[in-house]
Design a protein. Structure first.
Length: 239
């Protein structure tokens, strides 16, 4: 199982939001490049970068992301505010290995066939969900779409990588909600999971579900677990 630290950017800083709420923002660093370099030194599988300003439609951290990619020798996947094919092209032009897309997939802003021309292995569909329903627009709008049928439909179209974020748990450190993991069983090896992870045991649970990878945020920034211990768990080393 892969381990990807999350580097969430807002106004040029590394932050975490609790349940996506700006008023509950926690600032961890004003030097995102250094933060990324530190995670890379830990030999993680990749960096998961989200431009929160772009996702919320209030700005952009594109230059910061460009600098991180230029200074990195590690896989980087980028999301936040990718609402057109051109937005996706720009992410690949600066060196991202994958684009993470949520809202544009569900609003029809991005043609699915055009998106898949980049290659199914280069696109991650963000399946952000709250109480079992898909949410978009910076998690502010809930759709009448349920988790498992949505992924099945996208799979049938040719999408092969997904990111399942439990919005109600994201940034809360309250642990996994395994009821949603049960729904994802048929696609577990193609899914990255985020939201609520609070311990090494949560990572062990995800590993038992044969999840492709875990996105770690607040739990590593608050040092509730050491990233090296997480890597030992996922790589079958002693921990």
């Amino acid at each position: 199982m892969e381990v990807w630290p999350s580097v969430d950017l807002m106004k040029g800083k590394v932050v975490r939001l609790v349940k996506g709420e700006q008023e509950k923002m926690i600032v961890y660093s004003d030097n995102p490049v250094k933060t990324a370099e530190n995670w890379e030194k830990m030999k993680v599988d990749g960096l998961h970068i989200i431009d929160l300003d772009a996702a919320l439609g209030i700005g952009s951290n594109s230059e910061v992301i460009r600098k991180i990619i230029q200074k990195s020798n590690i896989k980087i996947q980028v999301g936040g505010g990718l609402h057109s094919i051109r937005d996706v092209e720009k992410i690949f032009e600066i060196g991202s290995c994958r684009a993470i897309i949520g809202t544009g997939i569900f609003t029809g802003q991005i043609d699915h066939a055009e998106l898949l021309k980049f290659g199914a292995e280069k696109i991650i569909v963000a399946i952000d969900h709250s109480q079992g329903k898909i949410v978009i627009n910076g998690w502010k709008k809930k759709l009448a779409l349920e988790l498992q049928p949505t992924i099945q439909g996208l799979w049938n179209q040719g999408f092969r990588l997904f990111l399942s974020t439990n919005v109600q748990r994201d940034g809360t450190l309250t642990g996994l909600d395994t009821s949603y993991l049960d729904l994802l069983h048929d696609f577990s090896e193609q899914i990255y999971v985020a939201g609520g992870i609070s311990s090494l045991n949560d990572i062990r649970v995800l590993k038992n579900y044969k999840i492709r990878g875990v996105i770690l945020g607040r739990v590593i920034y608050d040092r509730l677990i050491d990233i090296s211990d997480a890597l030992k768990v996922t790589r079958n080393e002693c921990s």
